[in-house]
Design a binder for this molecule. Structure first.
Ligand code: NAP
Length: 257
């Protein structure tokens, strides 16, 4: 690959804040972004796992990784997180709103606390972090905001009421804030993953449901977390400079059916 093309996908000089960075898709994107030259701010609520992930990324990439603790279900902690990251890193160029939770409940059995938690983590925390980092992005006239939505922002499954509601809402948030921020060199997009092999589906799906998910994709398989890195890097780098307000579906053809 020549230097011009390499520059297109380089994150050298960019600071990326990734929530839910200790594991799963967040960890894969953090490692990929560090490999692309980015400085990584990893946020999570489990200090041991965060530290371990940061050390793993550092040893593989020789890039320093900073860790930040916050419960994304607590608005005060999320507001504080934004300020702490800006203070320590000096700026946030790329925000990946990745932390997410799924508490399956049928519509007539929803418990208020579960509903509120899913809305807070999957949606309101994403808004609060955007609100925190956008002023610096505006000053720098460059920014990339990527929300991790889901194929369940388009379709759904039994008992995914709160989850689907938030993943669809992220798409609406993406459209509105892309319009707010386009004049400032800031793009806002969503990734909508299909079935990826991480803890989240591992915890809530039966073996039969997992096989059904694979069959529903055109590719007849689950994805590995690393398969989200390329799409995320395109949106986060210069390569995605003219893409805003979009949802990039990365689902092995799940939504084709
Ligand atoms: N895997 C899939 O098939 C799939 C498909 C579509 C969309 N997604 C989305 O992708 C994103 C990442 O999920 P994943 O698949 O990588 O699952 P995962 O491995 O379970 O990761 C979820 C991440 O969110 C964090 N998180 C959850 N609640 C939190 C809270 N209150 N405070 C701070 N962090 C919290 C988790 O932290 P802890 O480790 O501390 O719990 C973890 O880091 C989520 O938004 C999910 O909805 C996943």
């Amino acid at each position: 690959m020549d230097a011009i093309l390499q520059d297109l996908f380089s994150l050298t000089g960019r600071v990326a804040l990734i929530t839910g960075g200790n594991k799963g898709l967040g960890k894969a994107m953090a490692l990929g972004f560090a490999r692309a030259g980015g400085e990584i701010a990893l946020a999570g609520r489990n200090p041991e796992e965060l530290k371990q992930t940061a050390e793993e990324i550092q040893s593989l990439t020789k890039k320093p990784v900073s860790i930040f603790l916050a419960d994304m279900g607590n608005r005060e902690e999320v507001n504080r997180l934004g300020q702490e990251v800006l203070k320590k890193m000096g700026k946030v160029d790329i925000l990946i709103n990745n932390a997410g939770v799924n508490i399956p409940q049928a519509i007539d059995q929803i418990v208020d606390d579960s509903w509120d938690l899913v809305l807070e983590v999957n949606l309101s925390a994403c808004m609060a972090l955007c609100r925190a980092v956008v002023p610096t992005m505006k000053q720098n006239r460059w920014g990339r905001i990527i929300h991790i939505s889901s194929i369940f922002g388009f379709v759904s499954k039994e008992k995914r009421n709160a989850y689907s509601a938030t993943k669809s809402a992220l798409i609406g948030l993406t459209h509105a804030s892309a319009l707010d921020l386009a004049d400032f060199g800031i793009t806002v997009n969503c990734l909508a993953p299909g079935p990826f092999l991480t803890d989240m589906p591992g915890k809530i799906l039966s073996a039969q449901e997992k096989a059904e998910f694979a069959r529903t994709t055109a590719m007849n398989r689950w994805a590995n977390p690393e398969e989200l890195v390329g799409p995320a890097l395109m949106l986060a780098s210069e390569a995605g400079s003219y893409i805003t307000g979009q949802v990039l579906v990365v689902d092995g053809g799940y939504l084709c059916r």
